[in-house]
Design a protein around this ligand. Structure first.
Ligand code: NDP
Length: 275
């Protein structure tokens, strides 16, 4: 079984470099998928209130037999719950659905800049952190301008920014901003949602060279680029395949081939407008 290395967040908390994403997994299926993932060696699970599968995720965690302290659970605050009081209420509801009394990481899901409530929302996150009900707090889909503002107007720097990132959308500017602020980059849709990316000839060539699958070399690229990754699958063989990425390394030629794949095009919404 793979032992996943960790990265140290800016408040000293250790986060697994690879976790399991559950977006678009129905609640009842999440029980099975998260159970399979934990059995396969995943210790980090990424859910969100809006995924409507916190309950199934929590059931799988409880049933796994793995001590809660060995797991790293992330959930996210949905856009309509931004604001100080609403965020505190939404956090309580997430904890209740997860059946746990703390999360390891709580994220603001989107900045929703047109509503301008993320700084106020962050005050609630700071309170949750101070109470020990989240071991770390962070953001998701924040552009560098949102991150700069939040850091300028708050006392706690986000531990993580979870953003769309894959070889066809490499996000150099965001990664540089994260580095400047000491924020860990977490890649969502790390496999490009399992679509075109995995059939790109250059990816297939690197995969053949290492006798690995396209998904495995893509995940390896993320890890060697410094990203935390959270691939999603409901397919048991893929769940196992996606964590089996710690026994080989891409070389400089492989990394150069990946560097050439950046198209600067999003699969998901633009954070400047979404929400
Ligand atoms: P991924 O890039 O993880 O791709 C998932 C897709 O790829 C699924 O269709 C899956 O199919 C397929 N797949 C998985 N493994 C393999 C493999 N080894 N070979 C071939 N196909 C494979 O996409 P997601 O968008 O799900 O992103 C991952 C996670 O990131 C989400 O689950 C969620 O936790 C998070 N996320 C966060 C967002 C945010 O706004 N903060 C937005 C989007 C995602 P199948 O399941 O059928 O096996």
């Amino acid at each position: 079984m793979s032992k996943v290395p960790t990265i140290t967040l800016n408040n000293g908390v250790e986060m697994p470099r690879l976790g399991f994403g559950v977006w678009q997994v129905p609640d009842d299926e999440a029980v099975r998928a998260v159970g399979t993932a934990i059995e396969a060696g995943y210790r980090s699970i990424d859910t969100a209130a809006v995924y409507e599968n916190e309950t199934g995720t929590g059931q799988a965690i409880a049933a796994s037999g793995v001590p809660r302290g060995e797991l790293f659970v992330t959930t996210k605050l949905w856009n309509s719950d931004q604001g100080y009081d609403a965020a505190l209420r939404a956090f309580d509801a997430s904890l209740a659905r997860l059946g746990t009394d703390y999360v390891d990481l709580y994220l603001i899901h989107w900045p929703v800049p047109q509503r301008d409530r993320y700084v106020e929302t962050w005050r609630a996150f700071e309170k949750i952190l101070a109470e020990g009900r989240a071991r770390a707090i962070g953001v998701s889909n924040f552009l560098p301008e949102h991150l700069d503002r939040l850091v300028g107007e708050s006392s706690v720097v986000p531990a993580v920014n979870q953003i769309e990132l894959h070889p066809q959308f490499q996000q150099a500017a965001s990664r540089a901003a994260h580095q400047r602020h000491g924020v860990v980059t977490e890649a969502w849709s790390p496999l490009g949602q399992g679509k075109g990316l995995l059939t790109v000839p250059a990816v297939a060539t690197v995969a053949r060279k290492h006798d690995r699958t396209p998904a495995q070399v893509v995940l390896r690229w993320h890890l060697q680029t410094g990203n935390v990754v959270i691939p999603k699958s409901v397919t048991p063989s893929r769940i196992r395949e996606n964590i089996d990425v710690f026994g080989f390394e891409l070389d400089d030629d492989d990394l150069a081939a990946f560097a050439a794949l950046d198209e600067g095009r999003r699969l998901g919404p633009d954070p400047a407008a979404f929400g």
